[in-house]
Design a protein around this ligand. Structure first.
Ligand code: MTE
Ligand code: HPA
Ligand code: MOS
Length: 777
């Protein structure tokens, strides 16, 4: 049971638990997704033809049989692109819509078929006759490093202090490598795009995207038309998780190209298997490290190299690997540190944003060397953690030279240690392992500190459009997108609170590039921080005009006008909100405003590796207990206690949902979700039959989730809240470390198991066997 009681029904006031605006519609099947939109007469359907080689020249492309297939209207190849054959999100010109002469990964789109029905297009796509001349391919980090380590983008280096001297004077060293797996987003709604041609060069797109503006820009670029010709509309996604920050580009431009060519509406929706093989995933990493520390486990110096599988193009691999470095410290102070990234080219899908955006991988590596130090010293890893926590007044500078000003990790961890009864349970686990031969237990408590803001400073801006109508109802549009995370209800609460009206008075509208232009992706967990503030700015502009109007007509001083719930008090008069709106209209007072926000204080110089990339940090901690079967490697999570710092929560029910979902998604990443490419470079785990996301039955037997309700954001972020979307995913490390402890028990905790992530049952079993052998030797 959750420690924080979530009370319903709610008034929608700010800081109160309020149901997600789509919740009732979703359970009733009335929430509209792109594939539910009524198709206009004459709608066509596109399907992609994919490469069946990881790296090859296209020797010949024969699409005659495709064109001749029943129901086919036409095909499109690179030659049909009127603008640029490029959808590279960071403008590196390394990602074509359709491959021209070279294919660089298995599953790369080469052409598309347009048919009267989706089934016709899909069947016809299989009839292509393509001849290839094979080229050598590299598909993983190890192969890439062996091959010279070609990069897709500029690497980053962070440095502070004197690492060589720090390592040299350290009494002990922890050296090693840790492997951290990738992850498929597995959004319930796969990628989809629906393009409707309009007058002249206009295209209107219904999309499932976290980044409507990027879709607009890419479609304009590929069609060779101005941005203003393209309108992107986005009501809700059936999950994005970072997988729809850039990965919708391809589908949008294909639909738009076909719509332009055939002058008919065109929809494209890949099968799950194709979505898996075409679109990028979380980056897997191999991190090698050398850490110097003393007898207490206190770290003196860290040198580490973060190699990541970027795939065939840069996409977001630069900022993702940057964020991994920004989190290589997690919650710990390093007196001397030097870390570098290696975003490696591979002949695989182009890896992309995924909840945490490289941050989780940085944290996993860091927690791994903490764990290794603890095993070497025979200590509880929690003790080593505490010895290294950032200080509040000193020992508080990060590897990127930002001072941590809001450190609350000590209190977060102390409270969890108490409430989870960690020390007593650890003793019980140790005792259990002494007395049980087959089943073994493990327990671990791990912290998280997560930096909030886009590291590319210019992304930290947002816009909103608010209208008040004469009946007092309110139209809200902002640049953020809804993917299930509850952004819309939180921003609606902000606006409702500002005007003193029930949240039901605020109509949440689809995100639309025609209403709010030049937006950033809804990402980096900053959706509410940015769009909440922009919407508040719009509301405040309208309020100021309404206030001045009230002072005028009731002939009171502006200082005698006060907002109350339900309306305005002007001197002795109380005017209901609706009446005030009508009166403003009659008196020609503008009731509409565009709001804007740009995060203050942040700056970042990538060349020097210094600055303040983050506005603030979100903290959290988790304690997990597991049981493994040493004969089969199977395991279960017996209990998990999770506490997350969301500042002053705008909506505790939504935030708890984010913490629960984030934690479980992290558990899936680190335990059962394994991506596997064969020797030919084909991804063979491309369906739920081979790729295992957590089931309801994988939720910990006892799962306690709560918010640090005493926390208040030190910075004046919206309502003094903090971002919640990504940080809790990183809390899943405690499950990995608990599994590690259970495995280590078979060799009396003397050998650090250093299990590769994901820690699948197979790896647990192999770990147990390996440790038993080492103990015997
Ligand atoms: N929660 C749900 N239900 N579905 C999602 O797709 N995406 C996550 C997180 N929580 C996601 C989610 C990711 S990757 C991010 S960056 C944030 O939500 C984005 O939304 P926010 O900035 O509004 O928190
Ligand atoms: N986080 C998430 N998404 C992003 C970022 C980031 O820092 N930068 C660009 N896209
Ligand atoms: Mo989230 S990975 O920043 O979309």
């Amino acid at each position: 049971m959750n420690k924080m009681e979530v009370k319903a029904p709610a008034t929608g006031r700010l800081h109160e638990s309020t149901p997600h605006d789509s919740a009732a519609k979703q359970v009733a099947g009335r929430a509209e997704y792109v594939d539910d939109i009524t198709e206009p007469e004459g709608t066509l359907h596109a399907y992609l033809g994919l490469s069946t080689k990881a790296h090859a020249e296209i020797a010949s492309l024969d699409l005659d049989a495709v064109r001749a297939a029943p129901g086919v209207v036409g095909v499109l190849t690179a030659g049909d692109v009127p603008g640029e054959n490029d959808i590279s999100s960071v403008h590196k010109h390394d990602e074509p819509v359709f491959a021209e002469t070279l294919v660089k990964y298995w599953g790369q789109p080469i052409f598309c078929v347009v048919g009267e029905t989706r089934d016709a297009a899909r069947r016809a796509a299989k009839l292509a006759r393509i001849e290839y001349r094979d080229l050598p391919h590299v598909t993983d980090v190890a192969a890439s490093l062996k091959d010279g380590g070609k990069l897709v983008t500029e690497p980053l280096k962070l440095e502070r202090g004197d690492v060589e001297a720090g390592l040299a004077r350290s009494k002990h060293r922890a050296k090693g490598t840790v492997t951290i797996g990738g992850q498929e987003h597995f959004y319930l709604e796969s990628q989809i795009a629906f393009a409707i041609p309009g007058e002249d060069d206009e295209i209107f797109l219904h999309m499932s995207t976290q980044h409507p503006t990027e879709i607009q820009v890419m479609v304009a670029q590929v069609l060779g038309v101005p941005h203003a010709a393209i309108t992107v509309n986005m009501r809700r996604m059936g999950g994005g998780f970072g997988g729809k920050e850039t990965q919708g580009n391809l589908f949008a431009v294909v639909a738009a190209l076909a719509a332009t060519k055939f002058r008919r509406p065109v929809k494209i929706r890949p099968d799950r298997d194709d979505d898996f093989q075409i679109t990028g995933k979380r980056h897997d990493f191999v991190v090698s490290y050398d850490v110097g520390y003393d007898d207490d486990g206190k770290i003196e110096a860290v040198a580490a190299s973060f190699a990541a599988r970027a795939g065939f193009s840069a996409d977001l691999s630069g900022p993702v690997t940057d964020r991994a470095l920004f989190h290589c410290d997690n919650a710990y102070y390093y007196p001397h540190v030097r870390v570098n990234s290696l975003p490696l080219f591979t002949n695989t899908v182009s890896n992309t944003a995924f909840r945490g955006f490289g941050g989780p991988q940085g944290i996993m590596a860091c927690e791994r060397w903490i764990e290794q130090i603890a095993y070497a010293l025979g200590k509880d890893p929690l003790e080593v953690r505490k010895a290294n926590f950032y200080g509040t007044d000193d020992r508080n500078v990060t590897p990127y030279h930002q001072t941590v000003e809001d450190n609350i990790i000590h209190r977060v961890v102390e409270e969890l240690e108490q409430s989870s009864d960690y020390q007593k349970r650890r003793a019980t686990v140790l005792e259990f392992n002494r007395t049980h031969a087959v089943l073994k237990k493990g327990i671990a408590l791990s912290p998280v500190k997560f930096g909030i803001s886009f590291t590319a400073t210019w992304h930290n801006q947002a816009g909103a459009l608010v209208h008040v109508y004469r009946d007092g109802s309110i139209h809200l549009s902002h640049g953020g997108t809804e993917m299930g995370q509850g952004l819309h209800i939180k921003v609606a609460q902000v606006v409702a609170e500002a005007f003193g009206v029930p949240v039901a008075s605020v109509k949440i509208n689809a995100t639309n590039t025609g209403k709010v232009p030049n937006t950033s992706a809804t990402a980096a967990s900053s959706g509410t921080d940015l769009n909440g503030m922009a919407a508040l700015d719009a509301a405040n502009q309208i309020k100021a005009r309404m206030e001045a109007h009230a002072a005028r007509i009731y002939e009171v001083e502006p200082s005698d006008v006060h907002w109350e719930f339900g309306g305005i008090r002007a001197g002795q008069q109380f005017v209901p909100f609706m009446q005030l709106a009508e009166s403003c209209w009659m008196n020609r007072v503008q009731l509409s405003a565009a709001g804007f926000y740009a995060t203050p204080k942040i700056h970042w110089n990538r060349a020097s590796g210094t600055g303040r990339p983050f506005y603030y940090y979100a903290y959290g901690a988790s304690c997990s207990e597991v049981t493994i079967d040493t004969l089969t490697g199977e395991y279960q999570i017996d209990r998990a206690d999770v506490v997350e710092d969301v500042g002053r929560s705008l909506n505790p029910a939504i935030d708890i949902g984010q913490v629960e979902g984030g934690f479980i998604q992290g558990v899936g990443w680190l335990t059962t979700e394994e991506l596997w490419w064969d020797a030919k470079g084909q991804l063979r785990t491309h369906a739920p039959s081979t790729y295992k996301i957590p089931l309801a039955s994988d939720v910990p037997r006892e799962f306690n989730v709560w918010l640090a309700d005493w926390s208040v954001n030190k910075e004046p972020a919206i309502g003094r809240s903090k971002a919640v979307g990504e940080p809790p995913l990183c809390l899943a490390y405690s499950v990995v470390e608990a599994l590690s402890m259970a495995v280590a028990s078979v060799a009396d905790y003397k050998v650090h198991p250093n299990l590769d992530m994901p820690v699948t049952p197979e790896r647990v079993l192999l770990g147990v066997e390996r440790l038993k052998r080492e103990k015997a030797a």
